[in-house]
Design a protein around this ligand. Structure first.
Ligand code: GDP
Ligand code: MG
Length: 767
C-alpha cells in the first residue's frame, strides 16, 4: 500500500481533509497547533487503498519548532510515496513558501488548493491551470470542509509518477553555490541532495552540525557572502510574487480592513477583551446550567398551573412529569431540559428493572445491587451527559469560529511578563475537554520548564468528567439551602480553577521552573461560521468516551462500593429487610467501606468535609474523593451508589426511586455546610487527576519530575480547598491568608532580586 503524507501550514485544513479521506474523527480546531503528533489512516475511496499520514502544521522545513522537526524527519526518513501539500487558497502566497521547500525534496508532490469556498465567496478567482503549469506539479482545488474535490485529488495523486527529482526555485547568482553543495551531497549518496544543499546554504542547524558539511558551507560563504539564509528566503518570496500574485484575481481592490479585522478590533480590545470573554463564557454556562433561563422568574405562573389543571393531568401522570422537565416556576435552560428528559427516561428504566427483578423472583439484595447501586451510580453520572455535551458544543463553537485562538492571544498579552506565554494557554484551554490530549499538545512548548509547569496545571481546567461534580454539588446547594444559581456556582468554580492554575504557574515560573518565555508568534485564523460536521464529530467523540466509561470503570466501581458497604470485615452481610425500604444497610458504620471512610476522613477535616461531619454518613465525601482518583466520574457515581442507603434513612423519603438526587442525599444526610461543599468541589478539581491523566503526565514530563508533580497536586488541592473552606466559614480568616501569601511573595521577590544582583556583580567582576 502506498503512503501519502499531508503537509501544510497550521490551520490550512489538513486534519479536516484527513478526516474526510480516512473517515476518522481526529480533533479539528480553528487554531494553529492542534495536531502535534502525526496520525495515520487509510483512504478506501479510490481504485487502490492508500495510507494517509497527517503531519503537524508547519511554516517551513527548518528545525525551529518540534513540529517542523517531526514533519521533516518523517518525509526524509520514512520516505512516503508522495506528499499532498495542502495550501490555504485564501492565503496563497504565504502558503506557497512551504511549497517551495517541499519541491526541493526527491518526492512526488501534489498540491491541494483548499478553502476554495472562501475564495469564491469573496468573489476572487484562482486560475488552477496556470498555477499548475507554473509550479510543475499537479494542483487540484478542493473544499475539505464539504468533502469537495477529494476524489479527483486522490485520483491524480495515485496517478503521479512514482519518483520525482527535487528542484529549487532559488536561482539568481546562487546557482553555482547550490550546484556545488548538491554535488557534495550526491557524492555522499544522501537522498534529496537538492533539499540538503538548500538547507546547508540556509545555515540549517541539523545540516551544519556535521563537520564536513560545515567546512563546505564556510568555503561557499567565502565566495558568495555571509547571509545566504536571508538571500534564499528573499528569493523564495520573489519567485512566489513574480509567478503567483497574478494567479489570484481580486474582484475588488478595497479590502483595507477585512471582516475578521473589524471583529478583532472589538474582541481583542486592550481593555474590553477580558470582560467580553467572561461574559461569553457566562452565557454558555447560563444556557447549559441555569434553572432560570434569562432570569424569567415566574414566567407562566398565571396560566401554566391552570392549563395543567384544565388538561386534567394528575400529579403522577407522565405528562405532568414531562412538563416539569421544561418548567418549574421558571423556564429551564436547554442544557437542564435535556438532562431532565434523560433522567425521566433513566427513572423509568430503573423502575422497570426493579419490577422485572420482583416478577422474576429475584432476591431483595439483587434489587439493592442492581437498582440502588449500579443503576443509581451509572445514571447519577450519565444524567449529566446532555449538559456536558451542551457545554462542549459551546466550547467547540468558540474554537471553530476562531475565537479561542484570540483568547490565547489576549491572555499572552497579560501573562507574558509573569513567565507564561500564550502558546501555553492553548493546551490549557484544551484541558476543558480532557487532560490527556491537552498534555500531549504541550509538546509544542519549546521551553521545557514552561512545559512542565503547564502539564501540572492542565488538570485544574475542569474537564468533562469533573463537570458532574460541579453541577451536582451546586444543584444540591440550591436544592437544600435554597441559595445560589447552578450556573453561577459552576461558572465561578471553573474560574476558580483557572485562577488557581494561573497563580500556580506564575509561582512555579518564579521559583522552581524559571526560564525564558519564548516569543509567541501565532497567526490569528480568520473567523468563520462553525462547521456542523466538525461540531458533531466533537460531540460524538465525547459521547462515545463517556458511555464507554459508564459501562466499564463506573460500573465496576459501583459494584465494588455496593459490596464494600454491604459486608463487615468479618463477612457478615449487613443488609436487612425493612418494611418500607426493602433491603437497606442500617449499620453502615460497621461496613468495610464505612470503616475505611472513617479511618481516612480526618485527613479532610481541615477542608470541611472530614470527621467534623459527625453523622453516620460523614465519611462519604472522603470515600468519594478517593474513588475519584480512578476516574473523576466516580465521585458522583459513588454518591449515586450510596444515595438510596442515605436517603432511605435520613430523608423524608417517599419511596420513589426517581426522587433521590445523589448529591442532595449526601448533603442532607451529612449536614455538610456550603463552604465545605465548595471546598469539596475545589479539592476534586485541583487534586491528583484520574489514572489516565497521571499516566500521560508521567510519559510527557521530563524524567524525575512526576513524583514532584503528584506532590504539587496534593499540596495545591489541600491549600486551595482549605482556603475556600476557612474563608467561607469565617470571613476574617481572609486576612490571615492574605498575610501568609504576602510573606511568601515577598520572600520570592527578595530571593529573585538577590540572584539578579549576584549575576550583575559577577559580570562586573569579570570585565
Ligand atoms: P489543520 O490545522 O491544518 O489540521 O486545520 P484543521 O483541519 O484543524 O482546520 C482548520 C479550520 O479550517 C477549521 O476551523 C476548519 O473547519 C476550517 N476548514 C478546513 N477546510 C475548510 C474548507 O475547505 N473551507 C472552509 N471554509 N473552512 C475549512
Ligand atoms: Mg490539524
Amino acid at each position: 500500500m502506498r503512503t501519502f503524507a499531508l503537509a501544510g501550514n497550521p490551520n490550512c485544513g489538513k486534519t479536516t481533509l484527513f478526516n474526510g479521506l480516512t473517515g476518522s474523527t481526529a480533533h479539528v480546531g480553528n487554531w494553529p497547533g492542534v495536531t502535534v503528533d502525526k496520525k495515520e489512516g487509510i483512504y478506501k475511496g479510490g481504485s487502490e487503498k492508500v495510507n494517509i499520514v497527517d503531519l503537524p502544521g508547519i511554516y517551513s522545513l527548518s528545525p525551529y519548532t518540534p513540529e517542523e522537526v517531526i514533519a521533516r524527519n518523517f518525509i526524509l526518513d520514512e520516505k512516503p510515496d508522495g506528499i499532498i501539500n495542502i495550501v490555504d487558497a485564501t492565503n496563497l502566497e504565504r502558503n506557497l513558501y512551504l511549497t517551495t521547500q517541499l519541491l526541493e525534496m526527491d518526492v512526488p508532490v501534489i498540491i491541494a488548493l483548499n478553502m476554495m469556498d472562501e475564495v469564491e465567496k469573496k468573489g476572487d478567482k484562482i486560475d488552477v491551470k496556470e498555477l499548475e503549469s507554473k509550479i510543475g506539479v499537479p494542483v487540484v482545488s478542493i473544499c475539505a470542509l464539504k468533502n469537495k474535490g477529494i476524489k479527483e485529488l486522490m485520483e491524480r495523486a495515485v496517478a503521479m509518477p512514482k519518483t520525482r527529482k527535487g528542484q529549487t526555485v532559488v536561482k539568481a547568482n546562487l546557482s553555482g553555490a547550490i550546484e556545488k553543495a548538491e554535488k557534495f551531497y550526491e557524492n555522499k549518496e544522501a537522498s534529496s541532495p537538492v533539499f540538503h544543499a538548500m538547507k546547508l546554504l540556509e545555515n540549517d542547524e541539523l545540516e551544519v552540525s556535521q563537520k564536513d558539511n560545515a567546512s563546505l558551507l564556510a568555503e561557499i560563504t567565502e565566495s558568495y557572502g555571509e547571509d545566504l539564509e536571508a538571500v534564499i528566503a528573499d528569493e523564495r518570496y520573489k519567485y512566489i510574487a513574480a509567478n503567483f500574485s497574478g494567479a489570484k484575481k481580486k474582484k475588488t481592490e478595497k479590502a483595507v480592513l477585512t471582516k475578521s479585522d473589524k471583529i478583532d478590533k472589538v474582541l481583542t480590545h486592550r481593555i474590553w477583551s477580558i470582560p467580553i470573554f467572561l461574559v461569553i463564557l457566562f452565557v454558555i454556562f447560563h444556557l447549559t446550567f441555569s434553572e432560570n433561563l434569562f432570569f424569567l422568574n415566574g414566567f407562566g405562573d398565571g396560566w401554566m398551573p391552570a392549563l395543567v389543571d384544565d388538561l386534567g393531568w394528575d400529579e403522577d401522570s407522565f405528562w405532568t412529569a414531562l412538563v416539569a422537565c421544561f418548567y418549574d416556576g421558571a423556564v429551564f435552560s436547554p442544557g437542564v431540559i435535556l438532562t431532565n428528559l434523560l433522567c425521566l427516561v433513566t427513572d423509568y428504566i430503573t423502575e422497570g428493572v426493579s419490577l422485572l427483578i420482583e416478577v422474576c423472583g429475584g432476591a431483595a439484595w439483587v434489587d439493592s445491587l442492581v437498582c440502588d447501586a449500579v443503576l443509581g451510580g451509572i445514571f447519577a453520572v450519565l444524567g449529566f451527559l446532555p449538559q456536558i455535551l451542551f457545554l462542549f458544543l459551546g466550547f467547540s463553537i468558540l474554537e471553530d469560529t476562531g475565537y479561542m485562538a484570540r483568547v490565547a492571544f489576549i491572555l499572552d498579552r497579560i501573562f507574558r511578563r509573569f513567565g507564561l506565554s500564550g502558546r501555553a494557554f492553548m493546551p490549557m484551554i484544551m484541558g476543558f475537554g480532557c487532560s490527556l490530549p491537552a498534555m500531549i499538545n504541550t509538546r509544542t512548548l519549546a521551553d521545557e520548564k514552561e512545559r512542565t509547569a503547564t502539564i501540572r496545571v492542565i488538570p485544574f481546567f475542569s474537564c468533562g468528567a469533573k463537570l458532574p461534580i460541579l453541577t451536582a454539588m451546586s444543584g444540591a446547594i440550591l436544592e437544600v439551602f435554597g441559595v445560589g444559581n447552578v450556573d453561577l456556582i459552576t461558572y465561578s468554580m471553573y474560574l476558580v480553577g483557572i485562577v488557581v492554575a494561573i497563580c500556580a504557574v506564575i509561582l512555579m515560573r518564579n521559583t522552581t521552573m524559571k526560564g525564558a518565555t519564548p516569543p509567541f508568534i501565532m497567526e490569528l485564523p480568520a473567523y468563520h461560521a462553525p462547521g456542523f460536521k466538525n461540531l458533531m464529530i466533537h460531540l460524538w467523540d465525547k459521547t462515545k468516551h463517556f458511555v464507554k466509561k459508564a459501562f466499564t470503570i463506573i460500573f465496576a466501581s459501583t459494584v465494588i462500593i455496593w459490596f464494600l458497604q454491604s459486608f463487615s470485615w468479618s463477612w457478615e452481610f449487613l443488609l436487612e429487610e425493612t418494611e418500607e425500604f426493602g433491603m437497606v444497610n442500617l449499620r453502615t458504620d460497621e461496613s468495610i467501606l464505612g470503616s475505611i471512610g472513617m479511618l481516612i476522613q480526618p485527613i479532610f477535616t481541615p477542608l470541611g468535609f472530614g470527621s467534623q461531619l459527625g453523622t453516620e454518613f460523614g465519611w462519604v465525601f472522603a470515600v468519594a474523593a478517593i474513588t475519584g482518583l480512578v476516574a473523576k466520574e466516580n465521585v458522583i457515581a459513588t454518591f449515586g451508589a450510596l444515595a438510596a442507603v442515605v436517603a432511605k434513612q435520613y430523608i423524608d423519603w417517599e419511596g420513589d426511586d426517581g426522587d433521590i438526587l445523589a448529591a442532595v442525599a449526601m448533603v442532607e444526610g451529612t449536614g455538610i455546610t456550603i463552604p465545605a461543599i465548595l471546598a469539596f468541589i475545589v479539592f476534586n478539581m485541583t487534586t491528583i487527576p484520574c489514572f489516565a491523566a497521571c499516566a500521560t503526565a508521567k510519559a510527557e514530563l521530563p524524567k524525575g519530575k512526576f513524583k514532584w508533580t503528584v506532590l504539587f497536586w496534593v499540596v495545591t488541592s489541600y491549600v486551595a480547598s482549605c482556603m475556600v473552606y476557612t474563608i467561607g466559614s469565617w470571613w476574617w480568616t481572609l486576612f490571615i491568608w492574605l498575610a501568609v501569601w504576602a510573606i511568601i511573595i515577598t520572600f520570592i521577590v527578595l530571593n529573585n532580586k538577590g540572584k539578579l544582583e549576584n549575576i550583575k556583580f559577577w559580570k562586573k567582576g569579570r570585565s
